[in-house]
Design a protein around this ligand. Structure first.
Ligand SMILES: C[S@@+](CC[C@H](N)C(=O)[O-])C[C@H]1O[C@@H](n2cnc3c(N)ncnc32)[C@H](O)[C@@H]1O
Length: 217
């Protein structure tokens, strides 16, 4: 594993519960779970180390779970962790510019957390890939960052007890470009251009992110 992979893996393992917290699971219980069929087929695009799939496995004993990730270290980690219920099938593949490795109309819920902002062309992914694999009443659960005023973003990230003065700005800005690529209006425009309608949304789980439940029109 490269040092970079190791850092990314550690960061995701450490920060998972900062996003998939009580507020997220409340949204799940109120808005997502009620629209799923009894034995849903769920695909997590870019599951990273697999912690969301692990939590879905515990909550949905009758689900069929899949994950597809371009990073080998992530896929290895997701394969190695324990699952309380169904064990997901995991595929190593880059799905940007190549088809999602699932049949047309086969998926009840496509989930994607902190992944889509990194795609050069989110339009074709949503319009062609996501819409293609979803069943007619399928949904997409998208969790992604939106742009913050720099001051608020940096000040919030500076709060790290005991950190030396010399490195704190560097660390606070480490993911600045990633987190601030899209404004909220940009996301809404991307959805509208891609034929995705917002069915429900929340910004409660994380101050820099929003969670949308989307449905192809
Ligand atoms: C920031 S991590 C998020 C992991 C997880 N979804 C979470 O929220 O904790 C982004 C993940 O998406 C994967 N990814 C990014 N672009 C991808 C692509 N084009 N195809 C497949 N996986 C991709 C990365 O390898 C990484 O594991």
């Amino acid at each position: 594993m490269t040092q970079r992979d190791e850092r990314a893996l550690r960061r995701q393992l450490e920060r998972y519960t900062l996003r998939f917290n009580d507020a997220f699971w409340l949204f799940w219980d109120e808005e997502v779970a009620p629209v799923l069929p009894p034995a849903p087929v769920i695909v997590d695009v870019g599951p990273g180390p697999g912690l969301f799939l692990r939590d879905l496995s515990e909550r949905l004993p009758d689900a069929t779970l899949h994950g597809v990730d371009a990073n080998e270290a992530m896929v290895e980690n997701a394969r190695a962790i324990d699952y309380a219920g169904p064990v997901p099938s995991l595929v190593l593949a880059n799905v940007e510019g190549s088809p999602l490795p699932y049949d047309d109309g086969s998926v009840d819920l496509l989930t994607m957390a902190a992944v889509l902002h990194g795609f050069d062309d989110p339009f074709s992914f949503l319009r062609e890939q996501a819409a293609r694999v979803l069943k007619p009443d399928g949904r997409m659960l998208l969790f992604d960052w939106f742009r913050q005023p720099m001051r608020e973003y940096v000040e919030r990230r500076l709060i790290e007890p005991g950190e030396p003065e010399e490195t704190r700005y560097e660390r606070a800005l480490e993911q600045f470009r990633i987190h601030n690529k899209y404004t909220l209006d940009d996301w809404l425009w991307v959805f509208a251009q891609s034929g995705m309608r917002i069915e429900a949304e929340t910004s409660e789980p994380h101050p820099f992110a929003r969670v949308w439940l989307l449905r192809p029109e």
